[in-house]
Design a protein around this ligand. Structure first.
Ligand SMILES: *Cc1c(COP(=O)(O)O)cnc(C)c1O
Length: 493
């Protein structure tokens, strides 16, 4: 499975060192004195290697990573767009990167102004009133939104509202966030067009409705065309409407959830507004709210003094749901998003939305003969959901096999088996940053794989063949996860 290049453990030689430190000139304490004898292990086999060995080891491993900077990454619902380098430049400016969260506010006015302005830009982009940048991820923004909705209802003495309605196409984090907040989750089916079924929604609403959580465009890549009526129905029932804004890339500069009737939404700054993501690094799930939810925003809120123009953190907010993050969230992601928004400007943002739609619809139109499109709507939004049901029926080739085969051609697979309501789903989101040439190359490979599925299905079922690690037994990998590295041979003494 793993190639036989010697890795770090095999390279170890007794006594080899990566760095020579000067003699310590302060009184020394032994590890045992500092940590306690019981916490020490006598035989921790750390590799003993030179600096060059370490550099080569990690550089070699890094070459095995797939990244947006190395190739096309059409992972649906994740908006794996190119992250402009100017964002990294600004985030690395010492005045931002070297800030200490405890330093006095008067010495960090520029940073506070950036937060203040970004909050306002995001509220303008989605048609809401106020924004917080504190949540660490989209899921964190969902949880915060549920907490604010709960606070809103209980503040009004509307205490019986304990149900959150969620369509069956939703991202798994939606029901998890609602349940984590103590709500009961009521699922409703989608109709045969992949959108919210109005009759099912009406039947689910009642005096116990706290909120509806809805993704728009939804997770099958379609715009909820009944959205105004949907919001009206929920409001008439006394509930609030939450927008999962992870798909905001499709609507940038084109439409605003606030205008559609949503009361609160989260952005994934690390999707829509760039920031490298996908490896579990820091994110930002900014949340924007209408005026009636503003009092419940988490503390602190960045405010501007009307007279002096000075910015400060305001903690004096009696209705706030409290703190949800240490200090003020992932500030350097805010710097990247701010740079991205200001570099593009309103027309540039609109072009992002338009090109995201054009790219997805181009792929859809080119692949609809080779694969079945999950929902027959005249256009899709920023992503297209295909299904490999036809291939499965013809030759037993599944969505997973097609994805694995794409890796042989050097392309990152699309999202598989999500949304759950589409059998053998392949969810493709090209984003606006890819050229027609890249899209054409992808389309060509996908067509070739469709032919392979008929002519040599076994080649797909055992793919990938060209990657450092071939097909894994995924069930086994989950049930008995083993992350230890076992040296292939014992290092020489
Ligand atoms: C990515 C995504 C989320 C969750 O965002 P995280 O930042 O990964 O927590 C929620 N909903 C949808 C539709 C998403 O695509």
């Amino acid at each position: 499975m793993i190639d036989h290049e010697p890795l770090i453990f095999e390279l170890s030689r007794n006594g080899r060192r990566g760095a020579n430190l000067p003699d310590c000139d302060v009184p020394q304490k032994s590890a045992a004195e500092l940590l306690g004898e019981e916490n020490l292990r006598s035989s921790l086999p750390l590799p003993e290697v030179s600096e060059l060995d370490v550099v080569r080891h990690f550089t070699r491993l890094s070459h095995r990573n797939y990244a947006i900077d190395t190739g096309f990454y059409p992972l649906g619902s994740c908006t794996m767009k190119y992250n402009p380098r100017i964002n990294e430049r600004t985030a690395a400016l010492p005045g931002f990167a070297s800030l200490h969260p405890m330093q006095p506010e008067q010495t960090a006015q520029g940073a506070l102004e950036l937060i203040y302005q970004l909050q306002q830009h995001l509220a303008d982009i989605c048609g809401m009133y106020a924004t917080t940048l504190q949540p660490s991820a989209g899921a964190h923004g969902e949880l915060l939104s549920m907490m604010m909705i709960k606070a809103y209802h209980s503040d009004r003495g509307d205490l019986q509202r304990n149900v959150v309605v969620i369509p069956d196409s939703a991202h798994g984090t939606n029901p998890a966030s609602a349940a984590s907040c103590g709500f009961k989750v009521k699922g409703i089916p989608s109709n045969d067009r992949g959108c919210t079924d109005l009759n099912a929604l009406k039947a689910a609403l009642g005096p116990d409705t706290a909120a509806l959580m809805l993704t728009n465009p939804n997770t099958v890549g379609l715009f909820e065309s009944d959205i105004v009526e949907i919001c009206q129905l929920v409001h008439d029932a006394g509930g609030l409407v939450y927008c999962d804004g992870a798909n905001m890339n499709a609507m940038l500069g084109l439409a605003r959830p606030g205008d559609m009737g949503f009361d609160v939404m989260h952005f994934n700054l690390h999707k829509t507004f760039s920031t490298p993501h996908g490896g579990g690094g820091p994110g930002c799930g900014a949340v924007s709210v209408k005026q009636r939810l503003e009092p419940y925003l988490p503390v602190p809120v960045v405010t501007r003094d009307k007279d002096t123009g000075a910015f400060s953190f305001c903690h004096d907010r009696p209705k706030s749901i409290g703190k949800i993050h240490s200090f003020y969230g992932a500030f350097l992601i805010a710097v990247r998003a701010y740079t991205y928004i200001r570099a593009l400007g309103p027309l540039g943002l609109r072009a992002v939305g338009e090109n995201a739609l054009i790219n997805a619809n181009y792929i859809r139109s080119q692949l609809q003969d080779s694969y079945d499109v999950a929902y027959k709507s005249p256009i899709c939004m920023h992503e297209v959901v295909l299904t490999a049901s036809r291939q499965k029926q013809q030759s037993g080739v599944r969505a997973l096999d097609i994805s694995k085969r794409l890796m042989d051609y050097g392309i990152h697979p699309p999202t598989n088996y999500f949304p759950l309501i589409v059998p053998e789903a392949l969810m493709i989101e090209p984003t606006e940053t890819e050229s027609k040439q890249t899209l054409d190359a992808f389309i060509e490979v996908m067509k070739r794989i469709a032919v392979e599925a008929i002519e040599c299905p076994e080649q797909l079922k055992s793919a990938p063949h060209n990657t450092p690690v071939s097909r894994l037994d995924e069930t086994l990998a989950v049930k008995s996860l083993d992350l230890r590295y076992e040296p292939l041979f014992a290092p020489e003494e």
